[in-house]
Design a protein around this ligand. Structure first.
Ligand SMILES: [Zn+2]
Length: 337
């Protein structure tokens, strides 16, 4: 089908354009959750691409947050790419420091703070809701609700395409169930961002393809929540200059990688997060694994015990007095300019 400039959502997001974009209806089918159950999960796919100039300088690689709280590896380009989701090894090196937790709130004059002396952190979940046979998103929502915590879900629109029957009794499809999960999250006050439609590496796409991946996903999810999506997370954290130019919204990366997709171990998720988190951190997790839900059950009360208030990404930036801008990549408010 063709979607032209007459579509409201399209006009809202796109910079002026002169041609129409063709949306291939069959495309989402090819990467439906049905197939993903056997295929490598999106974030396990290794796609580091030191190909394009800007990518090599990349940023908050997984080892960065641990080295020193002062400056994650790169000087000023956490936005160019970085790909914690795609790296395989760094996390096992460099034992996370346990001293990063406290100092920032009161000390550090250079570093941005929340301003009220309190500690805030943002939990973020990618690739959901759910995989075909997991109930991880539901469980994570239950935990967040129980503790009064908020989180940001960077949803993958293709998770809403699989029409296999999820519930024999009701006939409910996986697509319907996942749509309900997004609605529930939104109604609970969670922030719904987008992680595009098909989890492609945007660095490899044309501008038109990038925008199609983004705006078709936005349209689909906004129809469920009735709320405008304000932020996006590029798959693999990949957002080179072309991607940044193409995407007319803030791109949110992270500074703490739980490595949940790799360890699939709640205890490791817990220790990884708790040893690398600091005030103003944005924590990466994936709500498609039951092991991640188990990890969240450990992490959320532990963060609260440590004095953190768990908020959405947009709220975190508001608290830090920073306005998110389109065409920019953000890692975490304690670090970003
Ligand atoms: Zn992802």
């Amino acid at each position: 089908m063709l979607i032209g400039k007459s579509k409201g959502w399209f006009d809202r997001w796109l910079t002026p354009r002169t041609t129409e974009v063709s949306f291939e209806t069959g495309e989402s089918e090819k990467t439906s959750p049905q197939e993903k159950t056997t295929a490598p999960e999106p974030d396990t796919m290794v796609v580091i691409d030191p190909i394009e100039g800007g990518d090599v300088t990349a940023a908050p690689d997984t080892s960065a947050p641990e080295t020193t709280p002062a400056a994650p590896a790169t000087t000023e380009a956490p936005q160019t790419t970085e790909a914690p989701e795609t790296t395989e090894a760094p996390q096992t090196t460099a034992a996370p420091q346990t001293t990063e937790d406290e100092p920032q709130t009161s000390g550090s004059s250079e570093r941005p703070t929340s301003g009220d002396g309190k500690k805030y952190v943002a939990l973020t979940f990618d690739d959901g809701p759910d995989m075909r046979y997991t109930s991880s998103t539901k469980r994570i929502l239950d935990i967040l609700e129980q503790y009064g915590a908020k989180a940001t879900f960077f949803t993958l629109a293709s998770q809403l395409d699989y029409n296999g029957v999820a519930d024999e009794n009701t006939g409910e499809t996986f697509a319907q169930r996942n749509a309900k999960l997004i609605k529930r999250a939104s109604d609970l006050g969670m922030e719904i961002g987008t992680h595009t439609y098909n989890h492609k590496n945007l660095n490899t796409l044309s501008t038109e393809e990038i925008q199609k991946e983004l705006y078709s996903a936005i349209e689909k999810v906004e129809a469920i929540t009735g709320k405008e999506i304000q932020i996006m997370r590029p798959p693999y954290g990949n957002a080179n200059q072309k991607v940044q130019d193409a995407i007319n919204m803030p791109m949110i990366i992270w500074d703490v990688d739980s490595l949940d997709w790799e360890s699939k171990d709640p205890d490791k998720i817990y220790s990884r997060v708790m040893s690398t988190v600091q005030p103003g951190s944005i924590i990466l997790m994936h709500d498609i694994y039951n092991t991640t839900a188990d990890g969240v059950a450990l992490v959320v009360p532990a963060l609260i015990e440590k004095g953190y208030t768990i908020v959405t990404v947009s709220e975190l930036y508001r608290i830090y007095g920073k306005e998110l801008q389109p065409h920019h990549v953000y890692m975490a408010p304690w670090y970003d300019d």
